[in-house]
Design a protein around this ligand. Sequence first.
Ligand code: UDP
Length: 387
Amino acid sequence: MKYDSIVVGAGFSGAVAARELAEAGKTVLVIDKRAQIGGNMYDAPDSNGVLVHWYGPHIFHTSSKEVFDYLRRFSNWQPYEHRVLGRIDGKLVPIPFNFRSLDLLFPDAQAKAVKEKLTAAFPNQQKASVLDLMNAEDETIQSFGRYVFEKVFLHYTAKQWGTPPEQVDRSVINRVPVVLGYDDRYFQDDFQYMPENGFTPIFEAILGHPSITVRLNCEANEVLKLDREQGRLLFENEEFTGPVIFTGAIDQLFGYAFGQLPYRSLNLIFEQEPVTDFQPAAVVNYPNEEAFTRITEFKKLGGRQVEGSTTILKEYPMQYDPMGEKGNIPYYVISSPENLDRYRQYAGLAGSFPNLFLCGRLAEYKYYNMDAAVLRALQLAKTILGR
Ligand code: UDP
């Protein structure tokens, strides 16, 4: 066998882990079932010349200097602060819901009263969870919390996850806070930048190491076999004893032995509009009336500007079905206690292969952001290299 290690998947988890092993002097084979690298971060210009994220919008943000310093080696980055508007009662207001959203939707005197109560109840706090506001002792804050929950979270979450919001893990809802002030950025992280030429060139740079070989259009299940009785991995029918980093769907790797791990998927509808400007923000959320959750206008994510046309994306959430014509990409893990139990069974099975390492959203069944995926891959590589 020509390679010291094998990495399955060329998204952030796989690419970063591969790079770390290569820089430590190992030869690495990276395989990916798709025809291109970059996983769901893959972007490329469409026929209008607009840089489009073909698997949905990816906006980079992190508070980890380590992650940002690492990624800066592979691209120039330009400052980009993401701002989102949401359509509520026919008005476009900032999301996360903030004091400006309050001013736009509430009569002046009421807005003033709520802001005063919030400031007094949460001194020195820039944000709060809508769930905590709903449980606050003060009645004004409680009813404000219920208002925001109903207008921003209730229907959006029901659409996005296909279940009532009570069944969705708190950590999902808490990704989007209520901001106790006028900061109208979607993220509050220290580093908010987008890659100057898009994400795909970053993957080209990360994987562009002389010790890394990339093989595309290559299904893991066709080349990688698991000998469960002896805890051995076979690559193209030969025993492989080096590290295998797997970043794909773990249930599929094990032939769905414990049943499928459920995911939410998306039906992505791209449209080209003959206008320079489609909407006043890069992303507009539709928590209430529409069947889609949000519209992204790609040229507003910091890329090259094109006159006279623009490309937008509507996201229609749907159940994941690996065999379906639509909804066949596992985008979001559904972290219910039952699903996590099932995941642990798979992880236990994976543990019986000493040279198999799971990494990333699909393999670890975890809602990683891009920065957390990079950090996890860096740490895993250290573990494998014994550092
Ligand atoms: N969410 C919501 N209304 C919004 C935005 C978000 O209810 O206007 C909830 C919803 O449950 C969603 C979660 O917050 O799944 C996380 O949103 P985020 O924008 O972080 O999701 P992602 O960009 O990862 O799809």
